[in-house]
Write a protein that binds this ligand. Structure first.
Ligand SMILES: Cc1ncc(COP(=O)(O)O)c(C=O)c1O
Length: 476
């Protein structure tokens, strides 16, 4: 037995003793059954917030369905169309069931991804100059982008900041923001159930609170639902965007907007397309939208071959059990946080700086951080990513499409950020902006992120910590 094996076994034993509910046989069986390719390639996958991983069993089941079926365009009534429609409607029913969303209350609208769901809301929400779009800083860019629709229609856009060091939202500021809605106008409040940058989880109770004050609520659940249960019979946001590949890896190109029927009725689409109308005429110049409902929002032909794989994916996640996944990744992320926060160089300086909460209190298994040198300066994140890659470890770097969390985490001010937007000669890229800020301020506004998911196990976290240890006392 090598020294490394002994250290691994000791650490695993200690981890199991500290987390008696960690179901090792279940994850071992899952890895062996549908994810054996990870171990075959010696790959440590730590970007589940970027994309989940599919099980081989999902792909096999989908393949068998495709190889046996004859699927035609669903906008017809022939047998091949009817089979396609069954697949699509089966997926719709599976989404209702998985999220416990009553079909009487919620519509399930298929989109290309979470961003597609968010664009549907942005382009159709009845913003007026009396409206307010209230947004938390830690939203994904696809939620931030809705502000362009809001502003174009004269609505006020208000951001609620997150605060260092935990990157949480201040409940008092949320209250203040919520109190400024003009009565009898349409106001939209958007926040993520879980930040895809810091892993912070915000209270789902804010949904009901905001609705009580007259707001429509967009709860971005894209980073939350892969490892947390969202029960729409308990929490009832008006709009919920999700990408399926983040939940179970396959298929890509399929997302959903789960929307309350009552609020869907107020969305006014800016155009019509095949599949969304009852009738359109070239000479008559008129058109009629489909009666309010999901299909009026699904432009053209939906992904009728891919959507049955959503049913298969939801079945897979249900069989593994999202609560079991939640328990497992929470235990592993707690272990990672305790290891990372206690790592020291020989001079006593911390080796890691975490951006966000350092314990598992109200957070998910997504961890943003720097690796620090003995002088306290961050190692180049892209260099770390490259080195991790050589070791077969996939981590994420950059700003993760979440500029608000990144700007606060790195203490970048409004004025410093403005440098990147002042009449640039060429469109500024993220890297270009990072060098503008770094040159002017010495701040390095980029980050490393690791995130756990469905198939993560202790060996993954151990391999990452072992990799991070190689930076001890490393001088540049
Ligand atoms: C919280 C959150 N919202 C929305 C999105 C957008 O998802 P997609 O790129 O699949 O449209 C992401 C993607 O990372 C996300 O993490």
């Amino acid at each position: 037995m090598t020294e490394h094996d002994t250290a691994y076994r000791t650490a695993y034993r200690e981890f199991q003793a500290a987390n008696p509910d960690y179901d090792a046989p279940a994850i071992d069986a899952l890895r062996a059954d549908g994810y054996e390719r990870l171990d075959r390639h010696g790959h440590v996958y730590l970007d589940y917030t970027g994309a989940g991983l599919y099980s081989a069993t999902q792909v096999e089941e989908h393949r068998a369905l495709l190889l046996d079926g004859i699927f035609g365009n669903p906008h017809s009534h022939n047998p091949s169309a009817i089979d396609s429609t069954h697949g699509v409607e089966g997926a719709r029913a599976a989404v209702h069931e998985y999220f416990n969303a009553s079909p009487d209350e919620y519509e399930v609208i298929f989109t290309a991804n979470a961003s597609g769901a968010l664009k549907l809301i942005g382009e159709s929400y009845p913003f007026t100059p009396r409206s307010c779009y209230l947004v938390s800083y830690d939203n994904h860019n696809s939620v931030n982008g809705i502000r362009e629709f809001a502003r174009r229609r004269g609505a006020k856009v208000t951001y609620v900041p997150v605060r260092n060091p935990d990157l949480r939202l201040d409940a008092e500021l949320i209250e203040r923001g919520l109190s400024c809605a003009e009565p009898d106008s349409d106001n939209l409040f958007a926040y993520p159930a879980q930040s895809n940058f810091s892993g912070v989880q915000h209270p789902l109770e804010w949904t009901e609170r905001a609705q009580g004050l007259g707001w429509d609520v967009l709860l971005d659940a894209a980073a939350f639902v892969p490892t947390n249960r969202l029960d729409l019979s308990v929490v009832k946001p008006d709009f919920v965007p999700v990408s399926f590949y983040k939940m179970f890896g396959y298929p890509t190109g399929a997302g959903v907007l789960i929307a309350r029927r009552e609020k869907l009725a107020k969305l006014k689409r800016p155009w019509f397309a095949g599949g969304t109308i009852t009738l359109a005429s070239v000479q008559g110049e008129g058109w009629y939208r489909l009666a309010a409902g999901a299909t009026g929002f699904e432009d053209g032909t939906v992904d009728f071959l891919g959507l049955p794989a959503v049913t298969i994916g939801l079945k897979h996640l249900s069989a593994v059990g999202v609560d079991a996944v939640h328990e497992r990744v929470s235990a592993l992320a707690g272990w990672l946080l305790s290891q990372m926060t206690s790592m020291r160089h020989t001079n006593g300086a911390p080796m890691v700086q975490i951006f966000g909460p350092e314990t598992m209190d109200r957070r998910g298994a997504t961890i943003a951080f720097y690796l620090l040198d003995p002088e306290g300066a961050p190692y180049d994140v892209y260099g770390v990513e490259r080195e991790a890659g050589v070791q077969g470890i996939s981590v994420r770097t950059g700003c993760f499409c979440n500029p608000g969390d990144g700007e606060v985490a790195h203490n970048i001010t409004r004025e410093e950020m403005a440098e990147c937007f002042e009449t640039p000669a060429v469109p500024v890229t993220l890297q270009h902006c990072q060098s503008i800020i770094q040159d002017a301020t010495g701040k390095a506004p980029n980050t490393i992120r690791i995130s756990l998911g469905l198939a993560s196990n202790f060996a993954d976290t151990w391999r990452f910590v072992t990799f991070a240890e190689t930076f001890r006392d490393r001088v540049r």
